[in-house]
Design a protein around this ligand. Structure first.
Ligand SMILES: [Zn+2]
Ligand SMILES: [Zn+2]
Length: 171
């Protein structure tokens, strides 16, 4: 319990064009630029409705996540991104695995590689706390109930201990 600390409003529930470079928005989702891009082009896709993180998803969310990817690909297909996307060796989609989230509102990372910084490892399978969408969706499709927060994280980490929550979080 943190005494005397006011709860901060969720920034991704209050998207505005002054603070975020929003590329797309509809009733279900919004797509905007990560404020600290790790790749040549680094977008985030968020649900308009507040969902805390991937532990609060189940099989019924698979179509929603597929729409996240489809709309992100539509954004990337725009003429203004043609050169960056055309030169990219890989477009990577994925989520950070709790507790490694700085914003506790579900967000899908869309990374148009190459990485711009050494922080690229945070978005790799090697990091261990990043679930690629293509690895995560088949697992999620078998979940009839939300994954419990104490469950083993996605991505083959079954023998890894839960990290202390005071470690430096990543976005
Ligand atoms: Zn929120
Ligand atoms: Zn993140």
């Amino acid at each position: 319990m943190l005494w005397g600390r006011k709860p901060r409003p969720c920034v991704f529930c209050h998207l505005n064009h002054d603070d975020f470079r929003i590329e797309y928005q509809d009733d279900e989702l919004a797509i905007f630029h990560d404020i600290r891009p790790a790749a040549q082009l680094h977008l985030l896709v968020v649900p308009i409705a507040h969902i805390k993180n991937i532990n609060h998803l189940d099989a019924t969310h698979v179509p929603m996540l597929q729409r996240f990817e489809a709309r992100a690909r539509d954004v990337l297909a725009q003429d203004k991104f043609k050169d960056i996307v055309g030169a990219s060796p890989e477009i990577r989609f994925g989520f950070h695995i709790p507790p490694y989230n700085t914003v506790h509102h579900l967000h899908l990372h869309v990374l148009v590689l190459p990485f711009r910084t050494l922080l690229g490892w945070k978005y790799s399978r090697k990091c261990g706390w990043f679930a690629r969408l293509e690895d995560f969706l088949p697992t999620l499709a078998t979940q009839s109930r939300p994954v419990s927060p104490t469950a083993v994280p996605m991505g083959g980490l079954s023998d890894r201990a839960t990290p202390a929550t005071d470690l430096a979080p990543v976005n």
